[in-house]
Write a new protein. Structure first.
Lengths: 338, 286
């Protein structure tokens, strides 16, 4: 019992996985008009045919307009000189691969790519390790454990920009509470400009993103841990597997499918983080926290070069889709085992 | 199902097998851990009650609470809070209206292309928001949808709709079809069966989907940042951002705005714990 939609998504995927195969008829599947006849009849099927499509039509239309169109538009724009003047005279001449050449050869691109990698890997490791630790701890039943665990979800429910504002105040150089605390215990002698120095900004942004991601990791890992039957630990105990041994030989292998789902989802969500970075540093100082997402925003909306912005966001889509494919496979596997 | 693992599983004091003193030590450590995690939230509330100005000595406790920050925040951001509320409610309603019938059809009708559609819905959750914003800006400009409520509502539902489809479909897959069949035999149309039978029975998943669609839209920053340009229609997330950007940052007012922007999340977490928990493990959310 990993999670409702992990399960649901997986079974959507199993349906797609073997290409061309019809999804296995589900126990609950039935339609009033033609029960138990999965054959050809349902295609031209009865009076309900149009009505049934009408149920999905609004969603399909919406997805086409708000996902399909933007993706296509981004691809097209990335081959056009689409800038300020386009909004006035509507001309956006095709320029081949110029946007890609310009955007990718800019040194900021490499910086942004490296930062995206560091930001993602650093965040994921931190979130996962702390998240796993907390979910193992809260697995023990003790008074108030349920209440405390649900309180942990709070940072994840707050608007990201709120968290950014709060952390900006905490990390503020002169009056931020973090510097005041570190100074009072003698760990630092002069206040650190966490977000204003290019040496520390990326680390600080990663720290905040770790804080934001912990609840999500706890929620998924905890429910994964719950799914491991208690008897296994009891049996392991008889064989002398306690503490680290039981974690290593029972918990870890059984949690693995959930772990891969958590990590991959983490990557997919982290590479596109934008609100947090814009709120904390705006990609600065001197591009120290610039990522592909923030750079794409900057190109489109600050430099008004939508062609280059689109080129970069296409790079981002490619990376996201790559991990999505890996995720969906891992997810299907998790559902099969779980 | 997931709901069984919900955090609301009775926090019954002292399970039989945990001896009381050890349990209490665990509780103590647990409280410390949660306190560390939630310290920023506490600090936000604390700072919001500090007197005006960039004071160097915000105390650890708001011993002399000053609500001036709230007064200034409300004067500056009241309108924006209202805008956020309208947009978020609008996006939540839109999400449910579009997603519920689709989820039902995907779970219960044998329609060609179901698997493909579910796959696309899943993938859509992974598309970076900046991609959508790039294209919507260029499309909204000639349509006059920049700086408009409908424009924002439509854009802010981009997260809620796929999420709602998935979460409701997962529930509706387990829906007993016999009820609908019985109604259909009695001459009830698909639409009527859906409205008068399916929707009431799937109330819980509707609420979960609605709450999250609301929170997604309430939290949205990117669409607000890119699809509005003036001050007339400005959600509070963007208001908060521009507030920090001003030269002479009035931190108590900023933090008061942050607190007010957090109210829906906190209220829902307390009042709708069960649904939040269902959505949290409901997978691919944020």
């Amino acid at each position: 019992m990993t999670s409702t939609s992990t399960a649901s998504s997986a079974d959507g995927l199993t349906a797609v996985g073997p290409r061309g195969n019809r999804p296995a008829p589900r126990a609950s599947t039935a339609d009033g008009a033609s029960p138990a006849r999965p054959g050809r009849r349902r295609r031209r099927g009865g009076e309900g045919f149009l009505v049934r499509y009408a149920f999905i039509a609004p969603a399909v239309l919406y997805l086409l307009l708000f996902y399909g169109y933007p993706i296509v538009k981004n691809v097209v724009m990335s081959f056009q000189a689409y800038d300020f003047s386009t909004f006035f005279n509507g001309s956006a001449p095709f320029v081949g691969l110029d946007n890609y050449a310009t955007a990718l050869s800019n040194p900021i691109f490499l910086k942004a790519l490296a930062n995206t990698g560091l930001f993602t890997v650093g965040s994921i490791i931190g979130q996962f390790v702390i998240g796993l630790g907390l979910s193992l701890y809260f697995r023990k039943h003790f008074p108030l454990s349920g209440v405390l665990r649900s309180l942990l979800l709070l940072p994840w429910l707050l608007p990201m920009i709120v968290s950014a504002a709060v952390w900006r105040w905490i990390l503020e150089q002169d009056s931020g509470v973090l510097n005041r605390f570190l100074e009072s215990i003698g760990l630092i002698s002069a206040p650190i400009g966490w977000l204003t120095s290019s040496d520390t900004a990326l680390v600080a942004v990663i720290m905040v993103n770790i804080w934001l991601g912990i609840p999500f990791n706890v929620a998924l890992l905890y429910s994964g841990l719950q799914a491991i039957p208690e008897e296994l630990y009891e049996a392991g105990q008889l064989d002398g597997a306690t503490g680290w041994k039981s974690f290593r030989h029972i918990t870890l292998p059984l949690l693995r499918p959930v772990v891969s789902v958590v990590l991959l989802l983490g990557v997919i969500y982290t590479i596109k983080v934008l609100d947090l970075i814009i709120g904390l540093t705006g990609g600065g100082p001197a591009n120290a926290t610039q990522t592909l997402a923030t750079r794409s925003y900057e190109l489109s909306f600050l430099e008004f070069d939508f062609g280059q912005g689109a080129a970069l966001s296409n790079v981002l889509i490619l990376i996201a889709l790559l991990f999505s494919v890996v995720y969906l496979r891992a997810n299907a596997r998790a559902a099969k085992n779980g | 199902m997931t709901t069984a693992t919900a955090p609301c599983t009775s926090p019954a004091p002292a399970r039989p097998r945990s001896r009381a003193p050890r349990g209490l030590v665990h509780t103590g450590i647990g409280i410390v851990l949660v306190a560390i995690m939630l310290f920023p939230v506490y600090w936000m509330v604390n700072a919001s009650l500090a007197p005006q100005g960039n004071s160097l000595n915000t105390g650890l406790l708001p011993l002399h609470p000053d609500v001036g920050g709230y007064a200034r925040a409300f004067a500056d951001q009241g309108q924006n809070l209202l805008t956020s509320l309208v947009v978020a409610v609008g996006a939540a309603i839109l999400s449910l209206v579009i997603a519920a019938p689709c989820a039902y059809a995907l779970a219960q009708f044998r329609i060609r292309g179901t698997a493909v559609l579910v796959f696309l819905v899943l993938i859509s959750q992974m598309i970076p928001g900046i991609v959508i914003a790039n294209a919507l800006y260029t499309a909204y400009t000639p349509l006059g949808l920049i700086n408009s409520m409908p424009g924002l509502i439509l854009a802010d539902a981009t997260q809620g709709i796929p999420f709602s489809i998935l979460i409701m479909r997962a529930y509706l897959e387990t829906f007993p079809t016999s009820i609908v069949e019985a109604a259909r035999v009695d001459g009830c149309g698909h639409l009527r069966a859906f409205v008068s039978i399916v929707l009431p029975v799937s109330r819980n998943s509707l609420i979960t989907a609605g709450i999250f669609s609301f929170l997604f839209a309430w939290s949205d920053f990117l669409m607000a940042l890119t699809l509005t340009t003036g001050e007339t229609i400005r959600p509070v997330t963007l208001g908060l951002y521009t507030y920090i950007g001003t030269n002479d940052t009035d931190w108590s007012a900023v933090m008061a705005t942050a607190v007010m922007s957090s109210v829906p999340a906190v209220v829902l977490m307390i009042a709708a714990q069960k649904y939040i928990a269902a959505g949290a493990t409901g997978g691919a959310v944020k």
